[in-house]
Design a binder for this molecule. Structure first.
Ligand code: ZN
Ligand code: ZN
Length: 402
């Protein structure tokens, strides 16, 4: 639907951040929500175009993905505008309306090319190109050597102020990751905070005391819980006895810490998804796809990261993996994460959708712009069927053709 000068109203069951609103009305005009509430209380403009959500379906906020590498055959690290548009489009088809393209390990020039192409798309953004860029997640390359996972090991390094300052100065980075135990990590976190970033620790074997120092420097989140992170046994192997706390205990113990899960049903078992939800709650747990270029592609062999020299992995259509070496991130979209979380945990539909929309928006400090169906926010929303399948996607009030 092209953007209409007339207000548009959707009638049906609306998923709000704290409750399900049956018989609700959502009104938007010029790309922004102008009214949202019970149908009986919302003044519907006389000239409004009225649409009705099919019975049993839902009106949900568009999903927000903080950790995502690519899709539709493209990885953001390919470093081209075409790759960014392809991946943004692929994720919009799965309900993501705001995306944070995520770097892998790689050379400074590869990361620079990724930032340049994301900036070009973010500036020129037409909603028909797919999910809007909320900012870049500067993720690789500052990982612990033994925790690089499926990333190319030769593309990893310790934090380099000359490098990251230049990246931060561009103004597009909104989420910044570094392993807490690396030399210079605290300086990296402080610089990231100065640039308004949400700061996270990942691909790390950090101990409790290293996490505590990182927390003092502004770190508030851990990437993909239980994947490429420390545990009590890993810290014992690294630092001996007495056994010390790890990233896992630190996140569970600190209310201010948030984390994220890859809820594709392949990375984490149902009880771990439920455990993460019960421990952290819907306001501190985010759903992320961590999807790579194999999203919506046939099973086969692909590169994780840059097309030129990224690490090889295989996709069987359900998940990415490296034979003999474990999983290599997901190959499914946010709609699958939402359905898997709903099916496997005690989280309600309201809590599940919150973890894929408002919670990530809040964590990065952008919840006044998007993340829920509330007045003043961008008209980013989804029409879902009763099984939480994505039927229609609206970005800034314009329908994205699936
Ligand atoms: Zn990772
Ligand atoms: Zn990742």
């Amino acid at each position: 639907m092209p953007s209409s000068p007339r207000p548009i109203v959707f009638l049906g069951t609306i998923i709000l951040p704290d409750r399900l609103l049956e018989d609700g009305a959502l009104v938007y005009a010029a790309g922004k929500i102008i009214a949202s509430g019970p149908r009986s209380t919302v003044a519907i403009p006389a000239d409004a175009l009225v649409q009705v959500v099919p019975l049993g379906g839902y009106l949900a906020p568009g999903y927000v993905d903080l950790h995502v590498h690519g899709g539709g055959g493209a990885d953001y690290m390919d470093g081209s505008v075409a790759a960014v548009i392809t991946a943004n489009g692929a994720h919009a088809r799965h309900g993501t309306t705001t995306i944070f393209p995520t770097t892998t390990t790689g050379s400074p020039s590869q990361i620079s090319a990724m930032l340049t192409s994301c900036q070009a798309v973010a500036r020129a953004e037409a909603t028909t190109q797919g999910a809007r860029i909320g900012g870049v997640h500067f993720y690789g390359p500052y990982f612990a050597d033994e925790k690089v996972g499926c990333h190319l090991r030769s593309g990893r390094r310790d934090p380099d102020p000359a490098e990251y300052r230049e990246h931060f100065e561009r103004g597009i980075i909104r989420v910044a990751t570094c392993a807490a135990e690396l030399p210079g990590a605290e300086e990296f976190y402080r610089e990231a905070r100065r640039h308004g970033c949400f700061v996270t620790c990942g691909h790390s074997d950090a101990s409790w005391s290293e996490m505590a120092a990182a927390f003092r420097a502004g770190m508030r989140h851990v990437d993909h819980f239980w994947c490429a992170m420390s545990s009590v046994p890993s810290i014992r192997a690294r630092l001996g006895t007495p056994s010390q706390g790890s990233m896992e205990q630190f996140v569970i113990m600190h209310e201010e810490m948030s984390t994220e899960v890859i809820a594709d049903g392949c990375h984490l078992s149902p009880e771990l998804l439920d455990f993460a939800f019960v421990m952290k709650g819907a306001k501190r747990l985010c759903l992320v796809t961590d999807a790579n270029r194999a999203l919506d592609m046939p099973p086969g062999r692909y590169r994780f990261g840059p097309a030129s020299d990224g690490e090889w992995f295989e996709s069987d259509g359900r998940v990415g993996f490296q034979p003999g070496a474990g999983l290599a991130s997901s190959v499914v979209g946010m709609d699958t994460m939402v359905r898997t979380m709903k099916k496997n945990t005690r989280a309600s539909i309201v809590e599940t959708v919150r973890m894929a929309s408002l919670t990530p928006a809040e964590r990065v400090g952008l919840a006044s712009e998007f993340g829920s169906l509330e007045v003043g926010k961008r008209a980013d929303f989804l029409v879902l069927d009763s099984a939480l399948g994505v039927e229609r996607v609206f970005i800034g009030g314009e329908e994205f053709v699936l």
